[in-house]
Design a protein around this ligand. Structure first.
Ligand code: AMP
Length: 419
């Protein structure tokens, strides 16, 4: 008995031609990072669960409700990665990458996992391209990170997005703010879960998206009002660099993000054509994370951009990204001997960077030429018994219909000239 399977609920899956556009988006976002001197890292897709509990924070929805956690056969608790920063910082510490020059600048790309309620733009397996720069507190680096995210979107031709910017303060600010916020929250009538949250991390409560909560929080004190002088100067300097770079931003004093490690610079990119799931990327600075994960006391800054949502944003703007790459040449063998010859010619052409496909299964000429048209190839090469005997092949230009006979021994050269 055969059985038909479906992809698991809520995963982002791409097949041609959409997969070609997906790859183009991923490449555009990655190239912006490569051009700014970030080196690629390939990181594991699962990690010790405690890395996320410590790194991302147990009061966050991401860790408390959305992780895919399992015990491996050795009884270790592992989790599929819900975000990229904790794993990357773990790798920097583990490989002592911070012992060479600073800042350490890295980028990554791949799938991430969160057990969320699936909907348009919100998946249980989704994809991010991210960067992290560790070991420098220079506000010019905050601006660089933000600017390369914006550059990635711009490379795709996106225009209908906005950058929201805030400062979540430094450690000094946060102690003071935590006190103020806790005092404010204690005046509100909160449900049990929210009260528990407020005890673990009062900042988390500000991230509550329920309208009735947002209403209750309207008069909450703002971090902005208590920023230390140093944090305020840092924020101002970042804004100034962004103005110099002509990267537009909106002041967003209420922006908090869903992960606990952020301090000082915090930002989010939203796209106005996406409805409810409008965040196409976000990030910020994290001062204590590396030390928390057993490393040196070094600050870092980074972002994670959502590839899936950026692709939806491109569609919303009607952008034709990464039109499927067509094959340049299609080979049509008529008979077994011709097939052997053209299989070899195909390999030779591909070695010369020419993209080549060919007909299989002894297709008749008519069907093979239809297949050639479907691939969008510029040229078709037809090789039958008579051609073989004469030591020639017929090359047809599929856009004009012109045909010419060329010497079989010089086929690869002739084709290269005709492309
Ligand atoms: P976050 O780490 O939550 O700030 O996520 C960074 C970016 O990843 C977001 O701005 C989204 O574009 C994307 N993202 C996060 N969660 C999901 C999800 N469940 N499905 C699709 N994209 C997501």
């Amino acid at each position: 008995m055969s059985q038909k399977f479906h992809a698991p609920k809520g995963v982002a899956e791409y097949v041609p031609p959409e997969s070609g556009r997906f790859l183009a988006v991923k490449n555009a976002l990655s190239q912006a990072a490569e051009l700014a001197g970030y080196s690629y890292v390939e990181l594991p897709i699962f990690e010790d669960t405690n890395l996320y509990v410590r790194g991302v924070g147990e009061s966050t929805d991401v860790v408390s409700k959305e992780m895919y956690t399992f015990d491996d056969r050795g009884g270790r608790s592992l989790s599929l990665r819900p975000e990229g920063t904790a794993g990357l910082v773990r790798a920097v510490v583990e490989h002592n990458l911070d012992r060479a020059g600073l800042p350490v600048k890295l980028w990554y790309s791949g799938p991430f996992f969160r057990a969320e309620r699936p909907q348009q733009g919100r998946y249980r397996q989704f994809n991010q391209v991210g960067v992290e720069a560790l070991g420098s507190e220079d506000p010019a680096l905050d601006a660089e990170v933000i600017a390369i995210a914006a550059e990635g979107f711009a490379r795709l031709g996106l225009t209908n997005f906005r950058l929201l910017l805030n400062s979540l303060g430094d450690s000094q600010t946060r102690v003071e703010y935590r006190g103020l916020l806790t005092a404010f929250l204690s005046t509100l009538d909160l449900d049990d879960a929210t009260q528990q949250r407020a005890q673990l991390n009062p900042l988390r409560v500000l991230d509550d998206k329920r309208p009735e909560m947002q209403q209750k929080l309207a008069d909450a004190p703002l971090m902005r009002d208590v920023l230390s002088e140093a944090a305020s100067d840092h924020h101002e300097a970042v804004c100034e660099y962004l103005r110099e770079l002509a990267v537009d931003f909106e002041d967003a004093p209420r922006l908090v993000r869903g992960l606990d490690y952020y301090t000082r610079t915090t930002f989010e990119f939203v796209h106005d054509g996406l409805g409810a799931q409008s965040a196409i990327g976000g990030g910020g600075r994290y001062d204590g994370l590396m030390a928390d994960l057993g490393g040196q006391e070094l600050s870092g800054i980074g972002y994670g951009l959502g590839v899936d949502r950026t692709l939806l944003a491109c569609a919303a703007e009607g952008l034709d990204v990464g039109a499927e790459r067509k094959c340049q040449v299609f080979l049509v063998p008529l008979g077994q001997v011709a097939q052997t010859r053209l299989v070899v010619e195909a390999a030779a052409l591909r070695r010369r960077e020419v993209s080549v496909d060919l007909a299989f299964d002894d297709r008749a000429l008519k069907g093979a030429m239809r297949a050639a048209d479907r691939t969008g190839a510029k040229l078709a090469v037809i090789l039958g018994d008579d051609d073989l005997a004469a030591g020639t092949a017929v090359v047809k230009d599929l856009s004009t219909g012109d045909q010419q006979t060329v010497a079989l021994d010089a086929l690869t050269d002739s084709i290269q000239e005709m492309l």
